[in-house]
Design a protein around this ligand. Structure first.
Ligand code: TYD
Ligand code: MG
Length: 462
């Protein structure tokens, strides 16, 4: 007989403890431990486990398989991130801050898919049918044939999905609102979310439908509570952006059926999310070309080159411990670039307040941005603007050298396409250079610092 036992589960990481604590010992979060009732004893596990189970069939690794069938949404930016469309029979998680546009994105994807004659079911646990309809009407998608349900109980949702012809594409918005009769915890707790996600993932595998679960993300960027869900699903996509900017980035962080380093760029408009085919033009749109401290970084996002502006402000600090503020880049990477500038290039910069910003709210993870950051810092320190038609990329080593980075050719061609005439980088391999762009190759950071400073002196003398 199954008994309900009370356990204490961290809502951030899912760790189980025997008693309530103010701080989770596993992940260190405060106030995340919640008492939940969990079934235990005989009858709590799935039936097959009790019966001892029948053995699984062992097959050779190199057998025949069909390639995974995909649902192509027709939204190029979304298809790019999923690696060519959602895979049939897979479950995906789309996470993001509340209000970022997850429901809008998936409603548009649903409508596009239904427009191709697919059976699409959109289950909203957050909004009433009327609200979703209104939004669809406003976006001009109401007549595409998406089927709608407003429901939060997993058993009812599963019964609904199994009624009638099998669906091709199912959206559950959101996983945090779901609850199942099988566990007694409150909706939104780890146990509820995990059990619900498990049931829906199993439904995806069994029915062959592509199921998308929507999940809200907490302030610190974790999918609220159910990090556990990330392990369960086949793909995890994050929808991110800044509420003060209109553009949004869809980023793959896990994908069992494709690469994870692709991004999709969208712009939120009155008519819903618009795809941005040329993100570089968008990120460079508002650039102040003649300001000191601004450098254009020729970066890569997945297989696609993306240009963006790096802004630095170096200001005399009244504080004993100068301030460092970084938006869109890694703070410890900035500390490293500063240390190299101080130690290897003899630049006195460390005693200043330093602010670094990747314009437009983009987040950069590439070490190739080192050189653009260093150029922006020196430009701000010396007060001399960098040439406005130049791009920068290269990784800085601790010894003060500039290392070449991958895809130099792609970066240069993108820069050229957008009207840039010069590029500053490390030593390039043969065959990387396209014609028509003036390339300055520097082996040492010190040489570049010297050139920027000399330009500054020339400008002020004129
Ligand atoms: P929504 O998709 O509801 O976000 P989420 O599901 O991630 O919580 O989007 C909410 C925001 O998007 C809302 O603040 C208004 C804005 N929005 C637009 O600017 N234009 C539109 O056409 C739509 C539908 C929403
Ligand atoms: Mg929503």
């Amino acid at each position: 007989m199954a008994k309900s036992k009370s356990t204490f589960i961290c809502q951030a990481c899912g760790a189980v403890s025997a008693r309530w604590q103010g701080r989770c010992e596993s992940c260190g979060e405060w106030n995340t431990i919640v008492e939940e009732l969990v079934d235990s004893g005989v009858g709590a596990g799935p039936k097959s486990a009790i019966a001892g189970g029948r053995p699984a069939e062992l097959v050779p690794l190199d057998g025949e398989t069909e390639t995974a069938a995909r649902l192509v949404t027709g939204m190029a930016e979304l298809d790019r991130v999923t690696g060519g469309g959602f895979v049939m029979g897979s479950a995906s998680l789309v996470g993001g801050d509340p209000g970022i546009g997850k429901s809008t994105l998936l409603l548009q994807a649903a409508a596009s898919m239904a427009g191709q004659g697919r059976r699409v079911i959109y289950v909203s646990g957050e909004e009433a049918v009327g609200q979703v309809r209104l939004r669809a009407q406003r976006l001009g998608l109401a007549d595409q044939g998406v089927l709608l349900a407003s429901e939060t109980n997993v058993e009812i949702i599963l019964a609904t999905l199994q009624k009638g012809p099998a669906p091709d594409f199912v959206i559950i918005d959101s996983i945090q609102t779901l609850w199942t009769d099988r566990v007694e915890s409150a909706p939104g707790t780890v146990t509820q979310v995990r059990t619900s996600a498990q049931a829906l993932t199993r439904f995806a595998k069994k029915s062959g439908a592509a199921v998308v679960l929507v999940g809200h993300v907490t302030k610190d960027g974790q999918i609220a509570g159910p990090r556990v869900v990330e392990h369960m699903v086949d793909a995890v996509l994050y929808f991110e952006g800044d509420s003060s900017h209109t553009f949004r980035i869809l980023r793959g962080v896990k994908n069992r059926y494709g690469a994870t380093d692709e991004i999709g760029v969208f712009e939120m408009s009155m008519g819903g999310l618009r795809e941005v085919a040329n993100p570089s033009a968008l990120f460079l749109d508002q650039r102040d070309k003649d300001a000191a401290g601004s450098a254009v970084f020729a970066g890569m996002e997945g297989t696609r080159p993306v240009l963006c502006e790096i802004q630095a402000l170096v200001a005399a600090s009244p504080l004993g411990t100068p301030r460092r503020a970084v938006v869109g880049w890694d703070a410890s990477r900035l500390a490293m670039v500063l240390a190299v500038l101080e130690t290897r290039c003899g630049v006195r910069i460390g005693a200043n307040d330093i602010y670094l910003n990747v314009a437009g709210g983009l987040k950069i993870a590439e070490p190739a941005a080192d050189l653009a950051v260093a150029a922006a810092l020196i430009s701000s320190l010396t007060g001399s603007p960098l040439p406005h038609d130049a791009v920068y990329f290269g990784e800085i080593s601790l010894a003060g050298g500039i290392r070449p980075v991958v895809h130099a050719g792609l970066r240069l061609r993108e820069a050229q396409k957008l009207g840039f005439r010069a590029a500053v980088t490390g030593r390039l391999g043969p065959g990387d250079e396209p014609r028509g762009i003036d390339i300055s190759e520097f082996g040492e950071l010190g040489a570049l610092v010297g050139r920027i400073a000399a330009n500054g002196r020339k400008q002020s003398a004129e």
